[in-house]
Design a protein around this ligand. Structure first.
Ligand SMILES: [Zn+2]
Length: 387
């Protein structure tokens, strides 16, 4: 029973126990008073649409001196009741004048969760339980109803999709993540620590000389758990930063799919045993998984390129598209055709970006072309940030 506009997004509600303090109880009484006032006005005048109660709204604002969003919410609730009454009358049913007896309060504008607390109009604050926070996650809170013993929070099941204006391409390497985007920025995130963590523990493990297999197993297990926790915390920081940057700039995220990555790392690896061990510990699958679910939570589009679409990423010139790249110095490549000198990872990231724009062009040609124009016009004035 609500006078609110219908939502196209699915709405779910989570309920937690709640006992209002004196201040909230008083606000509930005032809310109920406003609802009953509008019901009386509607019964007298025959009005049922919330927009028709302008005069009453002005009266309530000056009589109760509450935030306008709460007054609007009371009017909306009353209008819903009046509509039901009108339908019942039309159907020839006998209807008493509606009247709200129970204490409650409803708010939709100005409700949001901040640091585990539900902020509501009139400075009402409801601390949320861990379970409630977990259920809501990063979904958007739509409406809150407080009663004498419950707090009901309605949230939309899908995040509002972020309009996508560009693409952020990710090149995952052992010791860094290099990102190229359609605004022309190149950003490199250092993840050397991530590769070093497993090595530290592997070195510790190799020093065990105990003959007792059972004890050795236990020690391995213990160090394995520690390692997983440390790596996971680093991974979350990294993927959070990437998805947040994409969301802020309205970028879709483009990545190589797991198979493409595996192929590339197999090609790159095979040097020393230590290097291979590091590869085994490399959590690129986990990075992709985290970026995928965090993107979905934030409404960021994810473009996964297959190995065919990213073939030659590390051997093709990102400027002229030729294959005449030679090693200029450590991790720097030079193009024999157009004489471009470029960092190896930056070149790869730009090729993945181009692959993502081609991938998109299949579906939405005009948009992808616009993006490509803006991407290529900025190639010369490229901005490089390390760190
Ligand atoms: Zn070239």
């Amino acid at each position: 029973m609500s006078g609110d506009e219908e939502e196209s997004v699915p709405i779910l509600t989570v309920v937690q126990a709640y006992s209002p303090d004196i201040k909230v109880q008083r606000l509930m009484q005032q809310f109920r008073g406003m609802v009953n006032y509008i019901i009386r006005a509607g019964v007298r005048s025959g009005k049922t649409d919330r927009r028709e109660f302008g005069e009453e709204r002005r009266y309530l604002r000056s009589a109760y001196r509450l935030e306008s969003s709460l007054v609007q919410s009371a009017i909306g609730h009353a209008a819903g009741i009046l509509k039901l009454r009108k339908e019942a009358l039309k159907a020839g049913q006998e209807v008493k004048e509606p009247y709200c007896r129970r204490l409650f309060l409803k708010a939709s504008d100005g409700v949001r969760i901040r640091e585990g607390i539900l902020d509501m109009p009139e400075c009402m604050r409801v601390p949320l339980t861990e379970r409630t926070l977990e259920v809501i996650g990063s979904h958007e809170v739509k409406q809150v109803t407080l009663t004498a013993n419950k707090c009901c929070i309605s949230y939309s099941l899908e995040p509002e999709p972020i309009p996508t204006y560009g693409v952020l391409a990710l090149d995952l390497n052992l010791r860094n993540v290099t990102m190229a985007d359609t605004k022309g920025s190149i950003i490199r995130l250092d993840i050397a620590r991530l590769a070093d963590i497993p090595m530290t523990y592997r070195d510790v493990q190799s020093r065990f000389t105990r003959n007792d297999n059972r004890i050795r197993e236990e020690l391995y297990q213990k160090y394995g758990d520690l390692e997983r926790r440390r790596v996971n915390s680093e991974l979350h920081k990294l993927t959070h930063a990437v998805v947040e940057y994409a969301a802020e700039n309205n970028f879709a995220i483009a990545v190589e799919d797991l198979n493409g990555l595996r192929e590339r790392f197999t090609r790159e690896s095979g040097k020393t045993e230590r290097y291979r061990a590091m590869m085994n510990h490399w959590r690129y699958g986990e990075i992709l998984r985290q970026i995928a679910y965090k993107s979905e939570c934030e409404g960021v589009e994810l473009i996964q390129l297959n190995s065919h679409e990213t073939a030659g990423t590390s051997s093709r010139c990102s400027s002229c598209g030729c294959d005449f790249l030679v090693e200029e110095s450590y991790r720097t490549l030079k193009c024999l055709k157009c004489e471009l000198v470029i960092d190896r990872d930056e070149n790869a990231a730009k090729n993945i970006l181009a692959g993502a724009l081609r991938h998109r062009a299949v579906g939405r040609p005009e948009e992808a072309m616009r993006e490509h124009e803006s991407a290529s016009s900025k190639v010369d004035g490229r901005q490089v940030r390390h760190g």
